[in-house]
Write a protein that binds this ligand. Sequence first.
Ligand code: AP5
Ligand code: ZN
Length: 214
Amino acid sequence: MNLVLTGPPGAGKGTQCRRLVEKYGLTHLSSGDILRVEMNAGTELGELAKKYIDQGQLVPDEIVIKMMVGAIVKSGYNYLLDGFPRTSNQALQLDKSLEGDLSVEAVIVLEVADERVIDRLSRRRICPVCSRVYDDLSLRPIRDGHCDSDGALLVQRSDDKPDVIKKRLETYHERTAPVIEYYEKTGVKMAKIDGSLNVDQVASGVSAFVESLS
Ligand code: AP5
Ligand code: ZN
């Protein structure tokens, strides 16, 4: 199946995607992860993306659409989109670019209030080597500040600073929330799930919906 997982920053999209990949063998395509790989490698695209990401703004549509449509075509059927589409125009262009087996089949929306997002993102730390996510609330505690797997010193994402989190939330409400309305109009199957519950509870809601699709 081909799925889109959307929701505000810090809704738990990445966390739930990792579960879905493990359970259903989907290919996880995260626009944020792909852009961060480019940023860490210091490519031209990464340098450009960093200017937007560090200010809580969206990377221009034409760049992201090209990048993600390319990734979808490469991955083929059974993909899971995370963080894309993020504007109504991205959703429209995506629909225009994909057909048949590659079309989006269902959309999962994780709903989380702004205050919860701010709390989660200000606690989050990541491993710069393997990209694992750590925090003291969910499944992987920060402990001594080093990655359990490779010992690297955990860091804060450059866009997890309080003023940038605030801007990301504004950007979400203004530019990404309309994507949900877009999909509601197309009539694609959709589930809205309370993302403020604990990770296992959210995962059960997501799985129940995914299983209802087959
Ligand atoms: P992106 O990387 O997509 O970031 P985001 O959408 O802001 O989401 P996050 O990765 O911050 O959060 P998440 O929902 O994955 O939550 P997570 O599972 O980590 O995008 C970054 C930037 O790239 C954008 O701002 C933009 O500039 C650019 N970009 C990306 N895509 C683009 C596009 N399509 N167009 C244009 N620009 C684009 O969880 C968060 C924290 O909460 C973690 O610490 C986690 O452990 C914890 N947690 C998760 N679930 C729970 C739970 N149920 N209970 C308690 N804690 C939980
Ligand atoms: Zn690591």
